[in-house]
Design a protein around this ligand. Structure first.
Ligand code: NI
Length: 225
């Protein structure tokens, strides 16, 4: 499932984050690319441990922890600290797949189930720089307003097309979900959305408790921690 999550950050949070990101020291993005990725990657990144990356990263993770749509769709177990990238002057990241295993700052290794890209520039501030994700049903081109985020399976091949005018400024990171399989995670998300809708339209409907029970029993059966 590819899902856009609107307004992860408020307009004020985006302005403050951009102020910090624009003042930071950027480096060649190939430093964190794997063997295959380094051949197709041409962008800039904030170094790991950069104070701006840490501070804006905390803001993002706090916002996501309080975002019901994100929590329902991702069912996160471990979220890696956010990275930041910048594309301009035709910079691009050709078709690649994200590494399946990554290391948390405390040394624990996690499986990347979902990839996240959060936008800090509005689509009218840059040209190109589309995130193109290959999904089961074809490819999807993504350019979202500042403060919005796209969530997509880490199994997808994806690319960033050349940003001919920029900068295109984003955060990207990965998470391990309590639900490994995308198909099961989608079922739980669809069910949760339907239960929420039923609850809003028919509060007190007797089936709400039963359906909520089924939701939790499926989660109990499938969750890995
Ligand atoms: Ni990638």
């Amino acid at each position: 499932m590819i899902l856009a999550i609107p307004d992860v950050l408020t307009a004020a949070q985006v302005v403050e984050a951009r102020r910090q990101l624009e003042a930071a020291e950027w480096v060649d993005g190939r430093v964190t690319a794997g063997h295959q990725g380094a051949r197709v990657k041409d962008n800039q990144q904030l170094p790991e441990g950069s104070p701006a990356a840490q501070q804006v990263g905390r803001t993002i993770l706090q916002a996501l922890a309080g975002n019901p749509l994100f929590m329902s769709a991702a069912l996160p177990l471990h979220v890696l600290p956010p990275y930041f990238n910048r594309y301009s002057g035709g910079q691009t990241f050709g078709t690649h797949v994200d590494g399946s295993i990554r290391t948390m700052p405390d040394g624990r290794r996690i499986r990347t189930d979902l990839s996240c890209t959060l936008f800090f520039a509005n689509p009218d501030e840059y040209d190109g720089g589309e995130l193109i994700i290959e999904d089961t049903y074809g490819s999807k081109s993504v350019r979202l307003p500042a403060g919005h985020m796209i969530l997509y399976p880490s199994t997808s091949l994806h690319q960033v097309t050349p940003a001919t005018r920029g900068p295109r400024l984003c955060s990207f990171f990965w998470l391990q979900s309590m639900i490994r399989a995308d198909s099961q995670r989608v079922l739980l998300f669809d069910m949760d959305v339907a239960i929420q809708r039923l609850g809003a339209e028919n509060p007190g409907h007797p089936s709400l408790v039963a359906l909520t029970g089924v939701y939790h029993n499926l989660l109990r059966q499938w969750a890995e921690m």
